[in-house]
Design a protein. Structure first.
Length: 253
């Protein structure tokens, strides 16, 4: 075997990975990728396509682009999707952010001891479960803050309410990928709406330029009707989907 790796897939990301696996044949044919070893540029373009189609939006643990590249390399070599292996023996107590926040609260830690304690559990541990799960320390700290808020101000924090709703206007002037770094759910919704607009009754999406139809989203890219450099905004009215060929032609103009 030329390649050996594992990709950790959690309940929260399993559906996205499963959709990716199902779309691999379509993805490879839309890229006309038949080589056993694909050039990096092709892999990068395919990975970006997979992210847009399946992995945008808030994901904890976060999506790792190198995992997708690994899966793509595997498929290129073996022409079949890799196997899912589940493991049920993870020590979930180590990932219990509520319990960690409660401990910090019970110990009545000040800012400095709190920071030192968080660093110690983040950096220590033989299996590094926290790191593996949250990926980025920022995500872990954000979850911890939410739990802390729930303990400190019970009743005020309402899980049913989206807690961040600001700055939507200035986000309109950013490309979708940039929006995703600030507000992943907004990026996901914008892409979702662009796809929904082109969906017909039989469940096929259509390219807004040539009309090419396919059931798989991975065949298409979301495009700004009026390009951003001509003042077009990232709003539903200005978004459409194009097949890769048409998107390439439009980009060349
Ligand atoms: Zn087209």
């Amino acid at each position: 075997m030329d390649l050996s790796y594992q990709v950790m897939v959690y309940d929260s990301t399993a559906a996205a990975y499963q959709n990716l696996m199902n779309a691999l044949p379509t993805l490879f044919s839309s890229f006309e990728a038949t080589d056993e070893y694909l050039p990096d540029a092709t892999l990068d373009a395919m990975e970006a396509q997979c992210r847009d189609a399946f992995f945008c939006g808030e994901m904890i643990p976060p999506y790792e682009s190198r995992d997708i590249v690994s899966i793509l390399k595997y498929y290129a070599q073996y022409e079949s999707a890799p196997q899912f292996y589940t493991f049920d023996d993870v020590d979930r107590s180590k990932l219990d952010v509520t319990a960690i926040a409660q401990h910090i609260w019970d110990e009545d830690m000040g800012e400095r001891s709190r920071a030192a304690y968080i660093d110690s559990i983040w950096d220590s541990g033989d299996d590094n479960m926290l790191r593996l799960f949250f990926g980025r320390k920022l995500y872990f700290l954000r979850q911890l803050d939410v739990e802390h808020m729930k303990i400190a101000h019970p009743g005020i924090y309402d899980e049913g309410q989206p807690n961040v709703k600001f700055g939507t206007r200035s986000l309109e002037d950013m490309p979708l990928y940039e929006i995703g770094k600030i507000n992943p759910e907004l990026e996901k919704n914008l892409r979702e709406q662009a796809f929904q607009q082109s969906l017909d009754k039989s469940g096929c999406y259509h390219c807004a330029m040539c009309g090419a139809a396919d059931r798989s989203r991975v065949y298409f890219q979301v495009d700004h009707i009026t390009p951003m450099n001509k003042g077009g905004k990232s709003v539903p009215e200005n978004l459409q989907i194009l097949c890769r060929q048409c998107n390439g032609k439009k980009g060349d103009q």
